[in-house]
Design a protein around this ligand. Structure first.
Ligand SMILES: NC(=O)c1ccc[n+]([C@@H]2O[C@H](COP(=O)([O-])OP(=O)(O)OC[C@H]3O[C@@H](n4cnc5c(N)ncnc54)[C@H](OP(=O)(O)O)[C@@H]3O)[C@@H](O)[C@H]2O)c1
Length: 278
């Protein structure tokens, strides 16, 4: 039987690294798609020490740049031909207004548009596998976002960091659902999750006092890693499609997240935004 090949973005730390550990321990081939080669190599070394039977490979991927996303996808396709699982895990929470290389508001660009393009470009590789699974890291914070196309390229003015993060996580969820509708009846599935409030580097920009208050309520990265690993390789998840689950709290979805028209609209808009890279 062939080994399951899983590509996970942002796998050098946090939830991504914890998930990669479980996948390696379960014998999967794991591709770590990371932006920082030094951190990525350190993670690879740590994972290789676990002695899994699969491979642990590295791919350079900076979701801040659509050119980097395209190059990473091309490399994956030429090196492997097919992948069984894509885990869109990498993400940021940014307190200040910044832009991606392509001029998008950074949380929208890194958390959503980059992964949207990566997924589009890797769909043929997932379809080339016997069965493909796509997993999107959304968040309960999607409740605080709404889709505002005028903010996609915001470069000045008042910046609401939490709303921008919420918008990016709502977009992840709408994308997962829209993709699931399109993939219905095919060999590829699309599902999303809220990992819980997790103790990771993502809170590095949060003011110290706020972090001290939050800290006791955060769960370890091993909790979402367990759920994501199940979604990625368990038989139980082999046919589930279009689901939204949570590793910790109830997986309630906002009315925006359930709006299929909004999801289809965002999907078409996003295709337009990345058209020159497809
Ligand atoms: N932690 C939580 O409570 C929580 C709650 C809800 C949802 N989530 C979601 O869970 C996912 C993982 O978060 P985490 O908590 O594990 O955060 P984390 O510890 O900060 O890890 C984030 C990962 O994403 C990578 N990354 C950031 N910007 C990137 C870019 N431009 N290109 C490629 N990779 C990039 C980081 O790389 P570097 O190490 O180089 O920075 C890191 O590997 C995110 O999508 C987040 O939105 C987390």
């Amino acid at each position: 039987m062939s080994t399951t090949r899983v590509l996970i973005t942002g796998a050098n730390t946090g939830i991504g690294l914890a998930t990669a550990k479980r996948l390696v321990q379960s014998g999967a081939d794991v591709i770590l798609a990371c932006r920082n080669p030094i951190k990525a190599k350190a993670a690879q070394d740590e994972l290789l020490k676990l002695g899994g039977s699969g491979q642990v490979d590295l791919i350079e991927l900076d979701l801040n740049s659509l050119t980097s996303v395209k190059a990473a996808a091309e490399l994956v396709k030429s090196r492997y031909g097919s992948i069984d699982v894509l885990i869109n895990n990498a993400g940021i929470f940014g307190e200040s207004l910044q832009q991606t290389v392509d001029g998008y508001e950074q949380q929208f660009g890194v958390n959503y548009l980059g992964p949207f393009l990566l997924t589009q470009l890797l769909l043929p590789a997932l379809q080339a596998a016997q069965a493909g699974r796509i997993i999107h890291l959304s968040s309960i914070m999607h409740w605080l976002g709404h889709i505002n196309p005028e903010s996609f390229q915001q470069s000045s003015g008042t910046y609401h960091a939490v709303s921008a993060y919420g918008q990016s996580k709502l977009a992840n969820l709408l994308f997962s659902h829209a993709l699931a509708r399109q993939l219905e009846g095919s060999t590829v599935t699309s599902n999303a999750l809220h990992p819980g409030g997790v103790n990771s580097d993502i809170y590095r920009d949060v003011p110290k006092l706020q972090y001290v208050v939050m800290r006791p309520f955060l769960i370890p990265t091993s909790r979402p890693a367990e759920l994501i690993t199940k979604m990625a390789i368990s038989h139980e998840w082999s046919t589930k499609n279009g689901q939204y689950v949570s590793a910790h709290m109830p997986s309630w979805q906002s009315h925006h997240a359930k709006n299929t028209q909004l999801g289809d609209q965002l999907y078409q808009q996003s295709l337009e935004l990345v058209r020159e890279y497809l």
